[in-house]
Design a protein around this ligand. Structure first.
Ligand code: C2E
Ligand code: CA
Ligand code: CA
Ligand code: CA
Length: 279
């Protein structure tokens, strides 16, 4: 604290204190949030760039809290991981997402897929593969309509165990996407050794796609890499039509981003599907 003007005390570190207070609140209330049903899943459409049709949705969690309002996953997922609460939360996400997909199939949109983000801690659970298979059976959906999104950071630890589980899941028909591709220390070895079906180009490469030749060539490189390995390539964080045009021209398979739609709650997805998206 520092004295300013007359006897007023100004706390220069006030925002930081607020951050710590929020973090403590989140740590204390995360379990209650699950018990009290305060989590919500939003769904962001994924678009086929060749046909311009929706192929599915990525499920993204939010915490709708009475005191703090809508809390973004960036604020609580890492805390959920530290406290291992990500296991029951992740299970809730998977169940909810699969039930929603079943509902969409019942409404007549039978080709739609759902993508769900998975944390390393979940994958390391002994019964993870059984849990996933039971969940899709209970929900009434086919494995081919589910995609699990993992990040490269997941792969750095316990590689053997994780590779084994991914192979089992893939053998049962589940799709595996490598999220934020190109952002971290991408190892081409992962692509060779793991049963990956989809590459998600990190938003960072999409943001700068229309900037310079050098940035362009990175996006091209990833698209071509995916193609040559027979993978589906999806660009995330597409915000402008220039970016989309570029991706179409360079034969990227799919896109996801604010240009087409933000993540939306269930009822809005259903509404938009029947009103304007269903072509
Ligand atoms: P992610 O998996 O990389 O998800 C993409 C993020 O980018 C989402 O943020 C999405 O809302 C945002 N996004 C999509 N299109 C655009 C765009 O055009 N522009 C911009 N600026 N942003 C866009 P969100 O929903 O806040 O999620 C943040 C991260 O939290 C996710 O990053 C993911 O790592 C994690 N997360 C979200 N839901 C879950 C979950 O159910 N389980 C786990 N383990 N992690 C989750
Ligand atoms: Ca993701
Ligand atoms: Ca991502
Ligand atoms: Ca991310």
């Amino acid at each position: 604290a520092k004295e300013s003007g007359r006897n007023r005390i100004v706390f220069y570190n006030e925002p930081m204190n607020e951050d710590i207070a929020k973090r403590m609140y989140i740590e204390k209330n995360l379990w209650l949030a699950l018990v009290n049903n305060e989590f919500e899943l939003y769904y962001q459409p994924q678009l086929d760039l060749e046909t311009d049709c929706i192929t599915g949705f990525e499920a993204l969690i939010r915490w709708n809290n009475s005191e703090l309002g809508m809390i973004s996953p960036d604020r609580f997922i890492s805390i959920a991981e530290d406290t291992h609460l990500i296991i029951p939360i992740g299970m809730w996400v998977l169940k909810t997402a699969c039930s929603f997909l079943y509902k969409l199939h019942q409404l007549g949109y039978q080709e739609l897929n759902i993508a769900v983000n998975i944390s390393m801690l979940q994958l390391l659970q002994e019964d993870f593969v059984t849990m996933v298979m039971d969940t899709i059976t209970d929900a009434g959906i086919n494995a081919k309509h589910l995609e699990l999104e993992i990040t490269e950071s997941i792969l750095m630890e316990s590689y053997e165990t994780i590779a084994g589980k991914l192979k089992l899941l893939r053998a049962r028909g589940i799709n595996i996407a490598l999220d934020d591709f190109g952002k971290g220390y991408s190892s081409l070895n992962y692509l060779k050794l793991l049963p990956i079906t989809t590459l998600k180009i990190d938003k960072g490469f999409i943001d700068t796609i229309t900037d310079s030749d050098k940035n362009k060539s990175f996006a091209d490189l990833i698209v071509n890499l995916g193609k040559s390995l027979n993978l589906s390539v999806i660009a995330e964080g597409v915000e402008t039509s220039e970016q989309k045009d570029y991706l179409v021209k360079h034969k990227c398979n799919k896109m996801q981003g604010y240009l087409f739609s933000k993540p939306l709650p269930e009822y809005e997805v259903v509404q938009k599907m029947s009103e304007k998206w269903n072509k």
